[in-house]
Write a protein that binds this ligand. Structure first.
Ligand SMILES: Cc1ncc(COP(=O)(O)O)c(C=O)c1O
Length: 377
């Protein structure tokens, strides 16, 4: 487990921020990298053409390291929905086939599939919330011959339920179904390897567990899809992009690997350095350690919350970093505002209180939440 890393963040002592699943705080070194990047535009003459490529390549390389991939397999995207929409545009689907999603799946991993299914004459097949909280077993049961694409997360965002993507990946390959993943609520806090899972596409927005800024993310694209059609047709994703003088010699050829799927203006001089700095910190800490650290805080919370009537699935059915507390009585919608008045921050999602600590949290933060819950609910 890691010692508390709060010194790297600007979190006042009286703030119990337990809401990383909403948005992580940007750590000070990442903020500095972002400010330095933004400031570079005060001297545009120093932003030479090669700089349009170096920052993006460093981002690709760092992201690839996090997921056991290679920089050629990483595209730069602004959001999870952009990555999922890219997958939805490119994966084969026929009339009568189905796309598997989970009940209460996050909209960015739902609407692109709904649109694609509507256009193709395919259907969405929704895995119902399993009474025993075993999302993996529920997905494996639903993976039948009609499924062409399984569009899934690693962690179901309103329950904290964890999916065993290695087993699900194997089942998809046996069936000939594609696997498209939204890792936004897990990457950075739950170890993930493309070698082990073998997805076709996998996206993560950086602003949650990757501890990065908002409006940047990355999309893993398996080599077999590198010939696909991007959402954006942009000068910088074409093979001749580094020769600024000759850009109007239009070419059909794209840059290599997944780079063709990059968003327009992907060389974001402010956001990329901040995201890279944060991911490098995650690599240094080691995601297994982050998971254990957040997991220990959640375990302590879950045990104490049980005494006041809350329950949550136990690990390994639940992801260690992601605790959704439920109870018989409804959760008051205004609960987050009531807690915020005490400088305690969590979210309510569906019928759960979602608690999402990270390496900057302390046992005292958890105790403050518990004290408030005892009083308020
Ligand atoms: C599971 C999941 N995916 C994706 C996102 C963000 O999606 P987007 O980047 O499309 O805004 C969120 C935000 O809450 C999320 O919970």
């Amino acid at each position: 487990m890691l010692p508390c890393q709060r010194h790297l963040f600007d979190i006042p002592g009286d703030v119990a921020y337990l809401n990383c699943a909403y948005m992580s705080p940007l750590m000070k070194p990442a903020l500095e990298a972002g400010i330095a990047g933004l400031a570079r535009k005060t001297h545009p003459w120093e932003i030479t053409p090669d700089k349009f490529f170096t920052g993006a390549e460093e981002f690709r390389q760092t992201a690839a390291q996090l997921i056991d991939s290679s920089p050629d397999e990483i595209a730069i995207v602004p959001s999870a929905s952009y990555g999922i929409s890219t997958a939805a545009r490119n994966l084969p689907l026929q009339k009568g086939q189905t796309i598997l999603v989970l009940e209460e799946q996050f909209p960015s991993n739902y609407y692109p599939w709904q649109r694609r299914a509507g256009k193709t004459g395919a259907k969405l097949k929704v895995v119902p919330w399993p009474e025993n909280n075993d999302w993996t077993a529920a997905v494996l049961e639903a993976l039948t011959a009609d499924v062409a694409i399984a569009a899934l997360p690693n962690v179901q965002w309103t329950s904290g339920g964890r999916l065993d993507l290695v087993r699900i990946g194997e089942a998809c390959r046996r069936l000939g179904a594609a696997l498209a993943l939204d890792l936004t609520q897990s990457l950075g806090a739950l170890p993930f390897s493309v070698n082990r899972v073998q997805p076709d596409f996998a996206v993560a927005a950086c602003y949650k567990w990757l501890l990065g800024p908002y409006s940047i993310g990355f999309l893993y694209v398996a080599p077999k899809w590198h010939g696909g059609i991007p959402l954006d047709e942009n000068w910088i994703t074409r093979a001749n992009a580094s020769d600024f003088a000759s850009l109007i010699l239009y070419t059909e050829e794209y840059d290599k690997g997944a780079r063709r799927f990059d968003m327009g203006e992907r060389s974001n001089f402010a956001l990329l350095p901040a995201a890279v700095r944060a991911m490098k910190q995650l690599l240094e800490w080691d995601v297994t350690q982050i998971s254990a650290t957040a997991g220990a805080l959640n375990l302590r919370l879950a045990q104490a919350a049980a005494e006041i009537g809350f329950s949550a699935p136990a690990e390994p059915l639940r992801a260690p970093h992601y605790l959704c507390l439920r109870r018989e009585q409804a959760i008051r919608r205004e609960l987050p505002e009531m807690l915020a008045r005490e400088k305690v921050y969590v979210s309510v999602r569906g019928s759960s209180i979602r608690v999402a600590p990270n390496v900057y949290n302390t046992a005292e933060d958890c105790d403050r939440l518990l004290a408030c819950l005892r009083r308020i609910v």
